[in-house]
Design a protein around this ligand. Structure first.
Ligand code: 26M
Length: 818
């Protein structure tokens, strides 16, 4: 008889081929004798999906049976990018698929290119969530991810005459084989209405009588671990009109209007907010947050109740993690569920809530913290506002007992901000309602303790921890840099580093081996060729492979100082123009590559993009300069563009004014790919230096302590002559658009230069010169490159996740048997 234990699916090339053809015929509904690359991709991904589903089922029945404590990772953003290669690699059947396809006349890599990105997030925070899901699955932790299924992901960036334009990313247009729609996993989410007092067994109770109901439908996205059968679930919610009819409208005959009104429900999960710093107190954003929180918690509580019958057990069985403050209404919602619906006493409910929540903040400055206008919250979620007031009242009473009547401090720490507009401070709520508050690097937590969260740190020092961010080496080496992956495995004599990145230190044993150097150089060359082809296709600029590929890719922000980079490039150009032929021969050719999106309403960031294009136009068309300097802007930077750009970079720039980048994770990806860093001592860079030594990167700029001092005397700061000169060139219209660039130049003028471009400029140029010098000694450069990779193990998200599991969530691995 057929044994269910064996599963249905075989992974030899012949079986895979049969499955692919099967999907061509019956899923894609094309003839198995005639299908194109995209149809082949669809069939291929459905055959991979089948294998994911099988493991997903086995993992979840195993968790159900063994009832481990589970982690629920709540995040409004996940930047997953593509899934095909990652899945096939994590399933360990890459070679079998490649063979199956080649016999059918297709190439795996070509089909993988057919896939669009899932871009349900903005930047650092969202990509971190994706890396952490990969690590949770690989390390066998019993976890779920929860998020929103936006129909429009992060906008596509289109450049027209050097200006950024935004286009909608309707990513579901061509179907999404990686999700499983659960039409029966739905919950009602309620909004608006009033709170009424009711009598329950002689006691007064508050009852929320909501005014609008929307339905949340689950879409499950399997997350396979590497080298394990465990496959986790990322459950994303989509909004649908509720089936609860608007009887009133139907009865009064207003059929058309009531149908039209129902459609409004779907707008909730329509679009991702494209801003990664400004919280604008918009009603739709608040609706998204509560929609997400309500659906997720209903699902989590239902699962808990299936296996347990006493809420006292909740903290032993459930950990809820708040990825930034975006899901922090969860704290009020769980109180509402426990008190209003499960009828627990307030104190007991609060005790439980504080034990289940933990919180990670991804921002540094107080202005970046999320606030919700009380009026808005009160109208959308009247009962939650009451609960928030009660949480705050109790907190203030407790605080008064501890610190006395220090009204300034009390008002700073209050969850409710008083003033012309009253606000709920989501960070204060998250700190009060969580048992652990995490920073994302050592420096970040130190800064929070000293500044933004000082009052809270002094009250509860034991609550504050940091877990330095990490990235997954599966995506950022194995998937994106197959040649480096093979080289590492060859010289370490094992593939074990793919699950244990600490083993990368073993590369140090070969750091002086010329054969190793030779192969290392070849890998970089192959990746540079790939990148050069892409650059030519995107921008028409031909670049020389002998040049240093110098890359800065990340969201465009003043604090990330892309402008410093561009002004540095202008300076380089200016120097070249003033050099004689002899001196020019000694110059290291450079290809400067910049990429990133500006938030649609962020004018200065958009001007930085335009300036980059204007400078590029001038330089790239100057035949006198030729290959000595090129500047290219890579449009629409996203996860899959990153996978191409990062392996091909020689140098990468991380220029944030010290104290402004909470962690930074791009730097870690470049480090893992043997690209040298040119950076300030900010965020995680401080810890990267601890691992690889300051000799192996190019450090510059004011340190955190100095930044504060410099700002004190900002109106009298001295800036180098070269800085004034390049700025003058922009102001005088050397690159055109004189009037347009004026306000941009004003931001860095003496006295107003908040991010200290002027005062860091000299040290920046020195670091650039040091990079040039190192590049002409290839042996030295390669050694630094090898030492970067061998020191990158600590920046694996596996390490981050293990720290969270042990120190914050208190969860254990739970490995589904084979
Ligand atoms: C909030 C409300 C409305 C619209 C958008 C937002 C919002 C979305 C994303 C606010 C902030 C968001 O992300 C912040 C972020 O990405 N922070 C980065 O997090 C990384 C991972 O921890 C760090 O490495 C970066 O230093 C940090 O800037």
């Amino acid at each position: 008889m057929f044994s269910l234990m064996d599963g249905f699916l075989k992974n030899d090339p012949f079986s895979l081929q049969k499955d692919i053809l099967n999907h061509v015929e019956y899923t894609v509904a094309r003839s198995r004798f005639n299908f194109d690359d995209f149809e082949a991709y669809q069939a291929l991904s459905h055959s991979v999906r089948d294998r994911l589903i099988e493991r997903w089922h086995d993992t979840h029945s195993y968790f159900k049976r063994t009832k481990p404590k589970r982690l629920y990772f709540l995040s409004l953003e996940f930047l997953m990018g593509r899934s095909l290669s990652n899945s096939v690699i994590n399933l360990g059947i890459q070679d079998q698929y490649a063979e199956a396809l080649s016999q059918l006349g297709f190439e795996f890599e070509v089909l993988a290119e057919q896939e669009g990105d899932a871009a349900l997030g903005n930047g650092g925070l969202a990509r971190l969530s994706a890396c952490q899901m990969d690590s949770l699955a690989t390390l066998d932790y019993p976890a779920w991810g929860y998020g929103l299924r936006y129909e429009y992901g992060l906008f596509r960036q289109v450049i027209v005459e050097g200006f950024q334009h935004e286009q909608p990313d309707y990513w579901l247009n061509f179907g999404n084989p990686w999700e499983i729609e659960r039409i029966h996993v739905t919950y009602e989410v309620k909004f608006y209405g009033t709170v009424e007092e009711a009598d329950l067994n002689g006691e007064k109770h508050q009852v929320w009588v909501p005014g609008e109901t929307v339905e949340a439908v689950a879409y499950d996205n399997p997350i396979p671990g590497y080298g394990t059968r465990n496959t986790l679930n990322l459950r994303l919610w989509a909004a649908k009109p509720s089936n609860r009819f608007d009887l009133e409208a139907y009865n009064t005959g207003d059929y058309i209007n009531s149908v039209v009104n129902r459609q409004r429900a779907e707008t909730i999960s329509n679009v991702l907010y494209p801003d990664d710093r400004n919280h604008q107190g918009k009603e739709l954003r608040l609706k998204q947050q509560y929609f997400f929180v309500s659906a997720s918690l209903q699902d989590i509580i239902r699962r808990f109740k299936e296996a347990h019958n006493n809420f006292d057990e909740l903290p032993d069985k459930v950990a809820l993690h708040l990825n930034d403050t975006h899901p922090s209404l969860s704290i009020a919602e769980i109180m509402r569920i426990l008190v209003d619906e499960e009828h627990l006493g307030w104190n007991k409910a609060w005790d439980i809530a504080c034990k289940v929540f933990s919180f990670t903040t991804h921002t540094v400055v107080a202005e970046g913290l999320e606030k919700i206008p009380v009026d808005l919250l009160g109208s959308l979620l009247p009962r939650h506002l009451q609960i928030l007031y009660e949480i705050n009242f109790n907190f203030m009473e407790e605080l008064k007992k501890k610190i006395g009547l220090d009204y300034n401090r009390l008002s700073r720490m209050s969850i409710v901000e008083e003033g012309a507009v009253k606000n709920i401070r989501m960070a204060n709520l998250s700190i009060v309602g969580s048992h652990i508050v995490n920073g994302v690097s050592k420096l970040h937590l130190d800064t929070l303790k000293r500044t933004t969260f000082k009052d809270f740190y002094e009250l509860w020092p034991e609550k504050f921890q940091f877990k330095t961010n990490g990235v997954t080496q599966r995506r950022w080496i194995v998937v994106s840099n197959p040649s480096l992956c093979a080289l590492i495995s060859k010289w370490l004599g094992t593939e074990a580093w793919i699950r244990n990145a600490d083993l990368l230190t073993g590369l140090r044993d070969h750091v002086d081996n010329p054969n190793f150097h030779q192969e290392w150089k070849m890998v970089k060359k192959v990746n540079k060729m790939r990148l050069a082809e892409y650059i030519e296709a995107m921008s028409g600029v031909k670049v020389s492979l002998d040049a240093m590929f110098d890359v800065q890719v990340k969201r465009i922000h003043e604090y990330k100082r892309q402008l410093l980079n561009i002004l540095g490039i202008i300076h380089r150009y200016d120097c070249l123009k003033n050099m004689d032929k002899n001196d020019r021969r000694k110059v290291v050719p450079r290809v400067c590559i910049i990429g990133g999106k500006a938030a649609p309403g962020y004018e200065i960031a958009k001007k930085i993009i335009k300036l980059c294009h204007s400078v590029a136009e001038k330089i790239n068309n100057d035949t006198d300069i030729g290959d000595l300097l090129k500047l290219v802007f890579i449009p629409d930077y996203n996860v899959s563009v990153a996978e191409l750009v990062i392996p091909g970079a020689d140098l990468s720039q991380h220029l944030s004014t010290a104290g402004h980048e909470a962690s930074g994770t791009g730097s870690m990806k470049f480090l893992m790919n043997g690209c040298l860093l040119l950076a300030t001592a900010d965020g995680s860079t401080v810890e990267i230096i601890e691992e690889i030594g300051s000799d192996n990167l190019f450090l510059f700029g004011a340190k955190v302590q100095e930044v504060a001092e410099l700002r004190e005397k900002i109106s009298t700061l001295k800036v180098p002559l070269q800085f004034a000169r390049v700025l003058r060139m922009v102001r005088d219209g050397y690159f055109g658009y004189k009037d347009y660039f004026k306000s941009l130049c004003d931001t860095v003028e003496i006295g107003k230069d908040f991010y200290l471009l002027g005062s860091d400029f000299g040290s920046y140029l020195e670091a650039q010169a040091a990079a040039d010098k190192a590049f002409v000694e290839p042996e030295k450069w390669i050694k630094m490159s090898i030492l970067s990779v061998s020191g990158s193990g600590r920046f694996s998200s596996d390490r981050t996740i293990q720290e969270y599991a042990e120190r914050t969530w208190k969860i254990d691995p739970s490995r589904c048997p084979l």
